[in-house]
Design a protein around this ligand. Sequence first.
Ligand code: ACO
Length: 332
Amino acid sequence: MSNSIRQAGIIGTGSAVPGRVVTNADLEKIIDTTDEWIKSRSGISERRLVSEGEAASDLATTAAKAALASAGLSPEDIDLIIVATFTGDMPIPSTSCIVQNNIGASRAAAFDLQAGCSGFVYSLSVASSMVASGAYDKILVIGADVLSSMTNWDDRATCVLFGDGSGAAVVAPVGEGEGMLSFCLGADGSGGDLLTIKAGGSRLPPSMETVQNKQHYIEMSGREVFKFAVRIMGDAAMEALEKCGLSPADVDLFIPHQANIRIIEAAARRLELPEEKVFLNVQKYGNTSAASIPIAIDEAYRSGLLKKGDVVVVVGFGAGLTWAAATLKWVI
Ligand code: ACO
């Protein structure tokens, strides 16, 4: 342990999605919807959903192993694991502790972080501060969500939007002026009722009644969340860039939360970014919540879109309401 201030960066990435592909045509068979409606309103063509018995930690474990291999590290090298999720395997133990055991990271401390779909970027910010303070050296940051477990499959306004998955990144000290350059985190609890799961916590513990009333499922005021998202994605990305003295013209790749193509396009217009600088995979996976940004980072890196020295902006929004953006200088 040292007390010096150190810059932190991502030195390895990984991701995992379930094998089961559910297309818009499959959904047409179970609810009153069409492929045309889903594509035109959200940009989603298909999503990956877990099979019976598969949980968040299973996806997180696979993503974590891939990130470790990408960083060239072994599980014993990791001294902290943070899992961003609101659909963990169970309330206790934390999903991070389950992953710690699964991968054999016996030296690592572990905790979960809940900030809705913004959770991965919130977790990056925590990891960055932990490295900067000298408290930890090698941190596994994971976003994992199994939204299908909390989705009301009778509610066509929400069920078509979500998917399951996990993405992971290894965060470690990097050179000065590299790695994570700035963050913009925010929350507006007054908008909390726009996106809720009402039962299952201490306010409304599980009961026959809460199950019958379908209160364990996600409820969303879609139009209101949409307006919030369009405004906040641009604002948060701009603030993160300004904080490190950069502007949208400096951005090589923009990696937004993959919730809806129309929200992403609005944010890109606000930043005046050309199409080729905006990463998109929402068509394949839908909204995978805290997993969406790390899956996108991993796919961008593995496909060669992200190169050493590139300036990357990531930005997410979600339940809470929360938002989080970061500017990174890519180091691998
Ligand atoms: N198929 C066909 N019709 C549908 C469907 C569907 N799957 N869902 C809704 N409709 C209907 C509605 O009933 C409505 O009909 P009406 O006008 O007769 O009442 C009509 O389509 C239009 O509905 P809107 O809500 O106005 O549609 P909108 O253009 O706003 O798109 C959407 C809806 C896609 C949900 C959009 O509002 C959105 O993307 N919001 C943000 C969602 C989001 O990103 N959430 C992040 C959540 S983070 C998290 O949950 C973890």
